[in-house]
Ligand binder design. Structure first.
Ligand code: NAD
Ligand code: DAU
Length: 363
């Protein structure tokens, strides 16, 4: 691995991954390609300086010519594909962008890799690797028991998960048909620094700080398996180094939580901090208890009830397991959003705010 192309590297997980790789593999050249769609933010790459080890290119994974140039010019031998439309609610409101980026974009990226790695031979085929970052949502919804394994049949329920499932199948086909050395990872819900504040955890932290309503969908009993984003970055690195081409690996945090549990925990962490920190209380004058801000709102259509991951394969084959407990990770995350108010204030003042008001009438 010499010249690594990270698509979607200005987003939440991609940004964390680029920081992680710069820290742990300083000799590697990283080229980030990102369209800077609404969730892409160059501030997520702050502190990384353009130079021999890192460069940023604004571009779309649906654009073959851009990819073709980049693969040739930069002698790309490794790809990690994070670029995607990633938010389920948005996929319900407007599915087209999901099909374009997640399906056609992944296809176009694979096709550029095929041209340069299989047909053109710009780099030695045995030194190439294509890692496709996917989701546990492709497996559908679980009942009260059981876990997703790599053999669980695909059963996507939202336009988002259907688009990701399609992309996984295209990756598989490019491995089997053209010999692209591809690995797919299917990960559970991530949380941590730089997550766009439309997702459950950052949305609830910011609203709770500001004394705004906390919209819980349905009965709040839906379960997700939460993973701290740096643990996901470590897992992707392990899959890049040691994953077997053609294989898929599930990644999860072993931290199943009901949505209500999470929202209540965020409320109590913030109340507790505000009680002992005068400066915080001054910045966010809302007098708790913040649990009083919880509002049950209309459920998400087709809302999957429960996700839970069996990580046995990645643990056994690649020696990976999560290192950050949910209790540690959620505290670190609340602290990050408290310490990085300018980051999210800029976002809230713009496009995201309009979207939020469209969905919840500004409440
Ligand atoms: P994100 O929405 O924060 O970031 C996506 C990035 O992709 C943004 O920077 C955006 O500008 C970029 N992008 C969008 N369309 C593009 C295009 N056509 N060309 C180039 N760049 C484009 O998403 P995230 O949460 O960081 O998720 C990253 C990947 O991980 C996605 O593929 C997602 O499906 C997967 N995933 C996410 C989670 C999670 O909990 N967030 C869990 C498992 C898997
Ligand atoms: O499982 C992995 C997936 O996790 C990723 O593939 C997706 O990219 C990522 O967005 C995430 O999908 P979810 O739909 O699970 O995440 P979200 O943060 O949108 O919602 C988490 C849960 O919280 C879900 O049950 C819906 C609920 N929810 C969400 C929001 C935004 C609420 O109750 N209220 C809210 O305001």
């Amino acid at each position: 691995m010499r010249n690594l192309l990270v698509t979607g590297g200005a987003g939440f997980i991609g940004g964390n991954f680029v920081h992680y790789m710069r820290k742990t593999r300083p000799g590697l050249r990283i080229i980030v390609l990102d369209k800077l769609a609404y969730a892409g933010n160059l501030e997520n790459l702050k502190g990384l300086h353009e130079g021999p080890g890192f460069s940023f290119v604004r571009g779309d994974i649906c654009d073959f010519d851009t990819l073709d140039n980049l693969f040739g010019r930069e002698k790309i031998d490794t790809v990690v594909n994070f670029a995607a439309e990633s938010h389920v609610d948005r996929s319900i409101l407007g599915p087209r962008a999901f099909m374009e980026t997640n399906v056609m974009g992944t296809f176009t990226l694979l096709d550029a890799a095929r041209k340069h790695w299989v047909d053109g031979g710009t780099v030695r085929p045995e030194e190439t690797r294509f890692l496709h970052v996917s989701t546990d949502e492709v497996y559908g919804s679980l009942g009260d028991t059981g876990y997703f394994t790599e053999d669980t049949p695909y059963s996507p329920n939202s336009p988002y998960s259907a688009s990701k499932a399609s992309s996984d199948h295209i990756v598989r086909a490019y491995h089997h048909t053209y010999g692209i050395r591809a690995v797919t990872t299917n990960c559970s819900n991530n949380y941590g620094p730089y997550q766009f504040p439309e997702k459950l955890i950052p949305l609830m932290i910011i609203n709770a700080l500001n004394g705004r309503p906390l919209p819980v969908y349905g009965d709040g009993g839906n379960v997700r398996d939460w993973l701290y984003v740096e643990d996901h970055c470590r897992a992707i690195d392990a899959a890049l180094q040691k994953g077997r081409p053609g294989q898929t690996y599930n990644i999860g945090g072993g931290a199943e939580k009901k949505n209500m549990e999470i929202v209540e925990l965020i409320c109590s962490i913030i109340d507790e901090k505000a009680a002992t920190d005068g400066a915080l209380q001054g910045l966010y004058p809302f007098k708790g208890p913040r649990k009083g801000l919880i509002r049950f709102v209309k459920d998400r259509p087709g809302h999957d009830r429960r996700y839970a991951i069996d990580c046995g394969k990645i643990e056994a084959e690649l020696g990976w397991r999560p290192q950050v407990t949910f209790e540690e990770g959620i505290r670190k995350t609340v602290e990050w959003y408290i310490d990085n108010r300018p980051w999210w204030e800029k976002i809230l003042s713009g496009e995201y705010m309009r979207y939020y008001e469209h969905q919840y009438g500004g409440s």
